[in-house]
Design a protein. Structure first.
Length: 367
């Protein structure tokens, strides 16, 4: 085992400085975001996940939650007491919310100007404004029947950010003060709840709709706690797998086959054990110099890619439903579309996300 180093705090205004990143974990976050994009393309083509080659791509969200627990513990456990809970919440808002708002804007524009659909007349101006405000403020509002009653009809992906915020609030109020022993007990209880949810639904796909709202709570309760427990227990495994080896292992979770009536067990085991293991391996693995820039790029675009891609996916879904393209055309659309979405995420990061966060951080420092 390798103890996580926590002595890399940069000099300067303490609450605004962050420790160095685990670059392999950043790279793996990008792989998970890419899996989500491909999964969302493919679920339009194969609504039955058992026929989808990346039918477990949605489990990437559980990997995000586990990473988040680890990173939050690493970044804030030893300084949240000094910075204060309010400052912690401000830091998280600056990090996360600019893209929540942009995702809502893109979702509204795609809804209004989708060339392959015409259902805006079903929603009056007042309701559209309410949908946008709820999306931008992360207030669940599952009223859009034609969008399967997503918690956030204009940007479905915001459901996981809603639970991320909940986890951050619970961390700031309770978890950062909790001893490792009690955290372990809480994690085990959350594991039991997660298994019950998986058994009842037959999978761990829920959390994004009004009907499955509390499934999202179960998913983040375990994975966030597990990630935090990994950090506090120094469960870091030395290995030589590197980024490529770990990226392959992570991808296997997304492309694993459907296991019929035992599928709920397989998905639960991946979330309960496999993802925490990958986090521990990711921290303990070394990165070759040649892959450093790739991992940095992958990590940097992961969140912009995740939060901006779904507007385009609704347009793709409407095109697919109306035109039924053949296999060759679908391959080209999905391949080129994925590359374009990565490129858009990169532009969004450069021209919007980084400048906005830099501006907000600067205002915060001045105050």
């Amino acid at each position: 085992m390798l103890k996580v180093k926590t002595d890399n705090l940069q000099a300067g205004p303490g609450i605004l400085q962050t420790k160095q990143h685990f670059i392999i974990l950043d790279g793996l976050r990008g792989i998970a975001a890419l899996a989500v994009v491909i999964f969302h393309f493919m679920e339009w083509i194969y609504p039955d996940s058992s026929m989808n080659f990346i039918g477990h791509g949605f489990l990437a969200v559980d990997f995000f939650f586990c990473l988040s627990g680890f990173v939050i513990g690493y970044a804030y456990d030893d300084r949240i007491g000094k910075m204060g809970i309010i400052e912690f919440f401000k830091a998280r808002l600056i990090r996360l919310h600019p893209l929540v708002i942009l995702g809502s804007v893109l979702g509204l524009l795609a809804f209004l100007f989708d060339p392959f659909a015409s259902y805006t007349e079903e929603y009056g101006t007042g309701k559209l404004i309410l949908l946008f405000v709820c999306s931008a403020l992360l207030i669940p509002f599952p009223v859009m029947k034609d969008r399967a009653f997503n918690l956030f009809g204009l940007n479905a992906l915001s459901w996981s950010l809603f639970w991320e915020y909940v986890a951050n609030i619970v961390y700031g109020l309770i978890l950062y003060k909790l001893s490792r022993r009690y955290l372990a007990v809480l994690t085990m209880l959350a594991a039991v709840v997660l298994c019950l949810v998986s058994y009842r639904a037959g999978n761990l796909l829920g959390g994004w709709s009004g009907e499955t709202f509390w499934d999202g709570g179960a998913r983040i309760a375990y994975s966030f706690s597990a990630g935090l427990l990994i950090y506090r227990s120094n469960w870091v495994i030395k290995n030589r797998l590197g980024f490529i080896g770990l990226a392959i292992l992570l991808s296997l979770a997304f492309v694993m086959p459907h296991f019929g009536k035992w599928n709920w067990v397989a998905e639960a085991m991946v979330v309960l054990f496999y993802f925490p293991l990958l986090v521990a391996l990711g921290v303990g693995s070394s990165l070759s110099v040649g892959l450093k820039k790739l991992c940095e790029f992958s990590g940097n675009i992961s969140y912009p890619l995740y939060m901006t891609h779904y507007a385009a996916l609704w347009m793709f879904g409407n095109y697919y439903t109306n035109n039924k393209p053949d296999a060759t055309e679908l391959f080209l659309i999905v391949s080129i579309g994925t590359v374009l979405l990565v490129g858009i995420a990169y532009v969004v990061m450069l021209v919007y996300d980084i400048p906005v966060r830099r501006y907000l951080s600067s205002k915060w420092r001045q105050r």
